[in-house]
Design a protein around this ligand. Structure first.
Ligand code: UT7
Length: 331
């Protein structure tokens, strides 16, 4: 179906906590080494929240910056969608808490759980509401405080995560505007759900002394299997969206993949036959911030003027669910 209206990204913003934790800091806490972390993941440092920070605090800062970049006020927003798996609370949603912080109400606000694909899913949902003409300006946020879910008994996952938020304002655009979101692709495969999971805290395994003692509230991941599935599903999503839009990979100016492991990014780039200079990488500075890796990388690439008006940009993610998806846009 042809959309009634086009949408574009009118502004982006990011916020990362001030506390920097580098690999040497982790060496003091775990049986690990700076060398292992750098060579196996490409991570050098990551940000950890301060004691009093929650996801909505990070989301708020990123949202303010995105609104400023879009030249809009919070009252101009028609909807707020937050992609997160580390909300302030199970309920109310972080999107509602964020709306309160922004001083807005009487508009829809909800969280969306799609693991590290959260920002791609949330952007795609926002896009549908704009293309039908229902809404004009939608705030989309990817925010995560995964450091509260770290299992410090598991060095294989403990070193991988950081905290951060990225936001984008999606706005209805004029038909003659070159900037627009061209397409989105979403997918999932629940059969692999147990490879990447926070077991306790939900209705399947409610919080108990036993569940806490057994570390069931922390993140569990079978890294090796996830690695292969990540490459495969992100490659499939990119190829699908390129084919559907009759585009050769050579036409893509920038690829922004989910930042989970530099080796995943590198392998994906090779499989797609994209020039490595066109792939945006931020994993060295922020590690894996789940649903916020893509909006953070997007914001940095825009603010540093790597991405310029008219550039063709491909965003692609993969995460718990398992979920995957991509967004193709002309900036
Ligand atoms: O964002 C959601 C999606 N997440 C991902 O896509 C992450 C995907 N997976 C990965 O990035 C990688 O699988 C990891 C980084 C998690 C692990 O890397 P790997 O190359 O798959 O390592 P491995 O688990 O096969 O472990 C290799 C060795 C093991 O030692 P032995 O058995 O060979 O002696 C581990 O015990 O590395 C050891 N090891 C470590 N050594 C030092 C695992 N973690 C560490 C560590 N420091 N932190």
């Amino acid at each position: 179906m042809n959309p009634l209206y086009d949408a574009k990204i009118a502004g982006t913003g990011k916020y990362v906590p001030k506390k920097i934790v580098n690999n040497l800091d982790l060496e003091k806490k775990l049986d690990t080494s700076d060398e292992w972390i750098r060579t196996r993941t490409g991570m050098w440092e990551r940000r950890y929240k301060s004691e009093d920070e929650a996801s909505s605090d990070l989301a708020y800062e990123a949202a303010l910056r995105a609104l400023e970049a879009a030249n809009l006020k919070a009252k101009d927003l028609d909807m707020v969608v937050v992609g997160t798996i580390s909300p302030d609370h199970s309920f109310p949603s972080t999107a509602c808490i964020l709306s309160k912080k922004l001083g807005i109400k009487d508009i829809p606000a909800f969280d969306l759980s799609a693991g590290c694909s959260g920002f791609i899913y949330a952007t795609s949902v926002a896009l549908q509401f704009i293309s039908t003409g229902n809404y004009k300006n939608v705030l989309v946020v990817g925010v995560e405080i995964l450091t509260t879910l770290i299992n410090w008994q598991d060095r294989g996952t403990a070193v991988l995560f950081g905290d951060g938020a990225g936001a984008a304002i999606l706005t209805r655009t004029e038909r003659n505007d070159v900037s627009k979101i061209l397409d989105s692709d979403l997918s999932s495969d629940g059969t692999f759900g147990e490879l990447l999971i926070q077991e306790a805290g939900g209705s399947r395994c409610p919080a108990s002394i036993e569940s806490v003692k057994n570390n069931k509230h922390t993140l569990y991941m079978e890294g090796n299997k996830i690695f292969k599935l990540a490459v495969r599903s992100m490659q499939a999503s990119c190829e699908k969206i390129l084919k559907r839009n009759n585009l050769d990979i050579k036409k893509i100016d920038w690829l922004i993949p989910h930042q989970a492991n530099f080796r995943i990014i590198e392998t994906l780039g090779k499989k797609l036959h994209i020039d490595s200079g066109k792939v945006i990488v931020t994993i060295d500075k922020y590690a894996n911030t789940s649903s916020s890796t893509i909006p953070i990388a997007l914001d940095e690439a825009i603010k540093s003027k790597k991405i310029r008006k008219g550039d063709l940009v491909l965003l692609v993610a993969f995460g718990a669910g398992l979920t995957s998806g991509s967004i193709l846009l002309r900036f």
